[in-house]
Structure formats: C-alpha cells, structure tokens
Design a protein around this ligand. Sequence first.
Ligand code: PEP
Ligand code: MG
Length: 581
Amino acid sequence: MNEIIKGIPASSGIVIGPVYLLGKEDYDVSKRKISDSDIALEIVRFEEALIQTHKDLIALQKKVSQELDQEQAQIFDAHLLVLEDRMLIEEVISRIKKEKVNVEYIFQGMLNKYINVFSRMEDEYLRERVADINDVGKRVLRALSGKKKKSLSEFEEKVIVVAHDLSPSDTAAMHRKNVIGFITDIGGKTSHTAIMAKSFEIPAVVGVEIATSRINEGDTIIIDGTAGVIVINPDKKTITQYNKAKDKILAQDESFLSLKALPAQTKDKRRVELAANIELPEEIPFVIDHGAEGIGLYRTEYFYMNRRGLPTEEEHYEAYKLVAQKMSPHSVVIRTLDLGGDKFISQLQIPHDMLPFLGWRAIRFCLARPDIFKVQLRALLRASVHGNIKIMYPMISGIEEMRQANQMMDDVKVELRSKKIPFNEDVEIGAMIEVPSAAMTADLVGQEADFFSIGTNDLIQYALAVDRTNEKVAYLYEPAHPAVLRLIKRIIEDGHKNNIWVGMCGEMSGDPIFVLILLGMGLDKFSMPSKMIPQIKQLVRAVTMDQAKKIAEEVLTLSTGKEVEKFSKKKLREIIPEIYK
Ligand code: PEP
Ligand code: MG
C-alpha cells in the first residue's frame, strides 16, 4: 500500500484512477519445438487466429465507419487484404510442417521478412503497406495468445495509461477517450507527449524510468502532475488527502479564471498579448474559455498524424479557415510542418536519422519537398482571407533558409494571383527562433521576417546540448541557464531593432518563474498551454514595467540557473505571497 515513485512533472493536476498498462506486448514469439502429433493442432490454432482477427477487424471497421468516417474505415480494407494473403498463409503452414516449431515463431519471422522487403520498395504505395503488415501481424499474434489488446482510443471507462513510451501521435489518438492521466518511463518536460498532456489538461508524469516495472494492470494510482509524484495503491487516508488537494487546485483555477475578461497589462498599462498553443482545432473551446487573445502557435504537424496519406490542400484549408474564423478577430499564428525530432509521420517513410533532432526535419524537409510544402502554403494563404492568420516557419537556422522559404511562399502567391484566388496580401510571415545560429544572427534574420517567435523548447536543447526528450539528462535542461537568458535577451533586442514584434511560444513563456524576467526583457507576446493563461495574467497585472525590468537586469548578473530560479521565486513570493508560498 502507498508505494511512492517519482518522475518529471509534465502536466499539472491530481487524478486518481485504475491503471491500464500499455505497450508491453503480452504474446510470446520465442521458438518452441512441437511434436509430429501437434502439427495439425498448430495449423488449426493459426487458422483460428486468422478467423478471429478477421472478425475483430470487420467489427472495428464497422465501429469506425459509424463513429468517424468512411475514409478512416477504409484503412481496415488494407489490413484485411494482408490477412487474406494466400502466399503468406501457405508459407507459414508449410514451414510449420517442415520445421516443426510453433506458429508464433514462424509467423513473426515471416512478418519481419515481409516488412524488410516492403520497406525497401521503390513504389511509395507499397512502402506504405509496412504499417498495415505490422498492425495486422500484431493482431494475429495477440489472437494466438488468446489475449486482446485495446487500442488507445477504445477505453470504455476512465483509466490512467502507464506506458514505457507514448509517441505524440499515440497521445493525440487517446485525446478525450477516457484517458484521465498518463505516466511514461521515458521523456522530458518538453517532449511533445508532455506538451500534449498540458494542452489536453490531463495530469501526467514522464521520465519515471521504473513505472512499467513497478505498476501493474488494475492497480489504483494517484498522479500528482504538479509534483511529479505517483502513489501506487493508496490507502483511504492518502486518497482523502489528495482529494482535498485536488479541490484546492480546482478552487485556485476558478479564482484565476475570474481574471478572464481583464486585459493582460502591467500596473503602468504596458499591454502584452497572452495567446494559446494548440495542436488540434478541437482545443479552441478551451482556448476561448481561458481568455486567450489568439493562438500564438498552432502545431500543424498533428494534422498529418493518425491518418492515411497526406492531407489534401482542401483539408488543410478547411482546418485553417475554421480555426481563423473561430478565433477572429484575434490572430492565429500557424506554424508550417515541423516534423522530426520526436514527431514522426509514418506515411512519409523518412529514414531515421542518427540524431533526429539535428537531422532532416522541419523547414529543412519542407524546402527539400516543395511538393508537400507548397500544398500547405497554398492552403494557408487561401485561408488567410477568413480571419487574422499569420504564418511562421520552424527551425530556421539563418537568413538563407528564411529567404528560401519566403521564395517558395512568393512562388505560391504568384500562382494564386494568376488564378485569381484571393488571399491576404499583407499576411505576416515570421521565423521561429529556436536554433542558436538564428538567435546569434537575429539582426539579419529579422530583415526577412515580420515577427519572431522564440521556441525555447528547442533553443534550450540546442544551446545546452541536452536532448529535450531524455530523462537521463533532464537535470541539465535548464531554461534559467544564463546562456539561455542571454540568447533570449539578444533575440528580443534584435527583433525590436528591426521593428518587428517578438513573441515566445516555448513552454518557458507559460512558466511563472520566467514571466516577469521575459516581461522585463521586453517580450511582446506570450504563447502557452491555454490552462496557464489566467495565472500568467495575474502575474503580469501585479507588477509595473520598472519592477519587471529590474528583475530582468538582476537575473542577468547571476552565474547559474539555480541562482536565477531562487531569485525569481523570491520575487514571486514578494509580489503575490498568497499563491507563491
Ligand atoms: C519550441 O521549440 O519551443 C516550440 C514551441 O516548438 P516545439 O515544442 O513544437 O518544438
Ligand atoms: Mg521547436
């Protein structure tokens, strides 16, 4: 009772519920010799597993076509085809007879062979079948084991998902599907899985390392996402304590919300913009509920995930139009495709880089693939007449990349003009500043941009050489590091020298510890998970610009991140003692 384990706090809030342990495959594919008399039985087992999987797939297809749409349901047609592949089936049966080993072992080996062959195919369509083969293969192996594994979007009751790892696309799939919290063995505070949890307001702890080995399916657990604490099988007294703490948090959130309609301005009336970060358009009601003045970062790569094929120009256009209209008259900053790092898009079949965060990704990928990039640019420009859309490019490393991207944008504009398709000629185009080389040359990049948005999640990892998703080096991932603060100051100053506004959409801008420092440095716009907006507004409204500038000046004289945090916490306590104890 009451075993406590700790990890990295990823998304605040307290939740209590039953565990669903995910990801550990519960079938055994190891090699087992079988006797002659068991051969027939083994073949029957295989055939029954195929029939069972077929039934499951048909049922799933029916459910999906009722609840989602026909196109999503068609995914299962390809799965069914794999299942009916005579060559595969006959080879498995003949090998069982010849080699006299268990079907799981042979079937897994055959799957690997197929996957190898298909993933090397020239033809893109055939290469895309790898995911189908993999998926169906796992279903058959599960059927052979007699166990059923749920998919992330199928929970019928509220559960806390515990997994070794969850990809951002897994997290998107379980969005609002009875998942009330999650825990992962790996990951850091700014891995995209953690960011999604914040957006969806699901308490989460990541980088726990031992979660999947200590927690069992069916356990009841408490997640305290603020402290990064997990209590396994809590006793009644502990549950009561946490329920009380939960009520207190809810009451505090309510009191922050009372500021919703007030402007985000300092006591001496310096106004800043507090905007929201989103991954999916479904988040907009939350964004509006929290009083956001627009969207400062719409991460469009999620639009490419959990689907078959790439989104069409029309699909892009409809999504951007919807977001722009719903947020109007506020602005919506839409970021072009930022794939790579910890965000994979299976249908693009991009080879894995040795160092994915430094590899062929984001704007580098888009510049090399105008066929994909221009589809998005066209849709963005077309949608720009429906609201206040601004566009920004991720991972810009210097002025050259900015020029190349703008050139593609200009090409698309020329094409639209020639076809008399309307778009906003004055649409603002900005650069995310998240690569140190862009930060150090922000004076130059600013000549080609209408605004900057500082992406501290990446800027910190690149400046400090710390993988943002690796729990083992999480202690080195320090937003308060003097190197990071100096870079930020420089970017803001160079932006202003170029007469452009400077925002920040990394997690740092929604962290109370840094808000007054950033305000004092002159940041114009803060974009964050919408839940944080009311609390950050309270802070902005509690100080004068003079106070904030002094705090910024003082922290820039300090030598370590720890000193910066200590100083900043002291200031918070002085300014709003009832919240920052
Ligand atoms: C960032 O890097 O700070 C950012 C906002 O983008 P992402 O977290 O999607 O990399
Ligand atoms: Mg980034």
